[in-house]
Design a protein around this ligand. Structure first.
Ligand code: TXA
Ligand code: MG
Length: 310
């Protein structure tokens, strides 16, 4: 089907799983309460967790948000389309059923041709955003391929729902979430847009205040978890899965799931490696984490949560 037809299906209330550069999302028309309610059912997600609204361009910010600061505009101009979600005070258009009852709204322009085409077609027929969480069951590893989406939620979808295939996600980790409701930006979830990039683009120092009244399910202690138990920074023993940078040798008898040559490749391949471990029925996966800052911080954040189990 064309993206025009897919947009029409969304408008009619279908759910559409679609690719983005970070991970695959499970989308619904952000103004359609019934369709949005089905996202929560399919994911098995608590009702009070807000959804990210995916928009076609920077021009759509003001439909959903108010009190947009200069630094937030600088971020949007610098990094959209891209792996960054900005949290704003919501406008009248952003209803409780997408914001989890909060007075803020999360917006993002994804950097994926297929997603952008779909969003542009949506806009033509009056669908101003696609509300979409990652297309996994609540608490589980985000899908980075269409096949992984099918495996995660295929069994929960209705006949009219669709899964679009846009190839493997190029970033592989969920977007950086930045709270833009204060005087200075605050990172709620680390990602590929790093603290240094945010400070460079805004000329401001990001807030180090870790207390937040804003609810981010991605910051729950247990999240992003496979079925296997994750052990951090230990060598695998025979029969265990093993994920480590390419220069770390595989311990004897361990099952190598990924050997990323750099941090970008680490992010891109991590979730499919964890999924692969589950498919193989492994009980335990030992992971040697990447060192350094920037994207490595986001990888360690997800691995820490994955290691807390499900
Ligand atoms: O890369 C991504 O962000 C992917 C792709 C599909 O765009 N989406 C994603 O969505 O990771 P999800 O729902 O799995 O995680 C989004 C996080 C959640 O932890 C949610 O609580 C938070 O964003 N969030 C959404 N709206 C928010 C708001 N108004 N205030 C605070 N947090 C919000
Ligand atoms: Mg998620």
């Amino acid at each position: 089907m064309s993206q025009g037809e897919n947009a029409q299906a969304l408008k009619n209330g279908a759910l559409i799983a679609f690719p983005t550069e970070t991970v695959y999302g499970l989308g619904a028309d952000a103004s359609n309460e019934k369709a949005v309610a089905r996202i929560y059912e399919v994911k098995g997600r608590p009702q009070d967790h807000p959804l990210i609204l995916h928009i076609a361009s920077i021009d759509d910010i003001n439909y959903w948000a108010t009190d947009v600061s200069e630094y937030a505009m600088a971020l949007a101009r610098s990094f959209w389309p891209g792996p960054m979600t900005l949290i704003f005070k919501r406008s009248e258009s952003a209803k409780n059923f997408v914001t989890g009852g909060q007075n803020t709204v999360g917006l993002r322009v994804p950097d994926h041709t297929l997603a952008l085409e779909l969003l542009q077609e949506c806009k033509k027929i009056g669908v101003h955003a696609i509300a979409a969480p990652s297309a996994n069951r609540f608490g589980h590893v985000s899908p980075t391929t269409a096949a992984a989406v099918k495996e995660e939620i295929g069994g929960y979808l209705a006949p009219q729902d669709l899964i679009l295939d846009g190839g493997p996600a190029q970033v592989g980790l969920e977007s950086t979430i930045i709270d833009c409701t204060g005087e200075v930006p605050k990172i709620l979830r680390p990602g590929a847009i790093t603290q240094a990039m945010i400070e460079e683009a805004t000329g401001l120092q990001v807030s180090e205040d870790t207390n937040s009244s804003i609810r981010v399910s991605g910051s729950l202690e247990k999240h992003y978890a496979p079925n296997a138990q994750i052990l951090l920074d230990v060598q695998a023993t025979a029969g265990q899965g093993f994920i480590a940078p390419a220069d770390v040798a595989t311990p004897s008898g361990a099952i190598r799931l990924a050997s990323p040559a750099n941090t970008y490749e680490y992010a891109r391949t991590l979730y499919s490696a964890l999924r692969d471990g589950d498919t193989q029925g492994l009980k335990t996966i030992a992971v040697i984490q990447p060192s350094g800052d920037g994207l490595a911080i986001a990888i360690r954040d997800r691995l820490m949560r994955a290691s807390k189990g499900r």
